[in-house]
Design a binder for this molecule. Structure first.
Ligand code: MG
Length: 159
């Protein structure tokens, strides 16, 4: 049995924060603002995984009112989501992410990001796709006010 899920996330770019996308840190004068490390593509991926299993969303699982998740490494949160899915009888088949960002350049780091996500997902690197697009300078993302990401993930029942 297969189940599919989608996820979306967006965070504001602010000065004085690290920029972490798919667990990979970028040299950039701005970072994403949020309670955790604000890794928007990893958040979108977790929501896709939870959505596929109809297990709610990361806001429900890791509330931003909980000091335990302050500054949290989103890759650790992803491990927790995958562990929850395993307990519910699911394994990840594949995932596909699109990052919407005017800057920095994502493409040179894509391989690193795929490897970073494949490990916690428990899948080979060729089952994780990371893509990026600019917004052609349109809207708040085009104006570099934030970075967004969308994800789709497929789960397969273990039994
Ligand atoms: Mg988020």
């Amino acid at each position: 049995m297969f189940r599919i899920g989608t996820g979306f996330d967006i965070h504001r770019l602010v000065p004085g924060r690290r920029l972490v996308l798919c667990g990979v840190e970028f040299e950039f004068p701005f970072g994403l603002f949020g309670h955790s490390d604000a890794d928007a593509p990893t958040h979108a991926l977790m929501d896709a995984l939870l959505g596929a299993a109809a297990l709610g969303d990361i806001g429900h699982l890791f509330p931003d009112t909980d000091p335990e998740w302050e500054g949290a490494d989103s890759i650790r949160l992803l491990e927790a989501v995958v562990a929850l899915l395993r307990r519910k009888g699911w394994r990840v088949a594949n995932a596909d992410l699109t990052i919407l960002a005017e800057a920095p350049k994502i493409a040179p780091r894509v391989q690193e990001m795929r490897e970073r996500l494949a490990a916690p997902l428990g899948v080979p690197v060729d089952a994780v796709s990371v893509k990026a697009t600019t917004m052609e300078k349109l809207g708040p993302i085009g104006a570099r006010e934030g970075i967004a990401a969308q994800a789709v993930a497929l789960l397969e029942s273990v039994s």
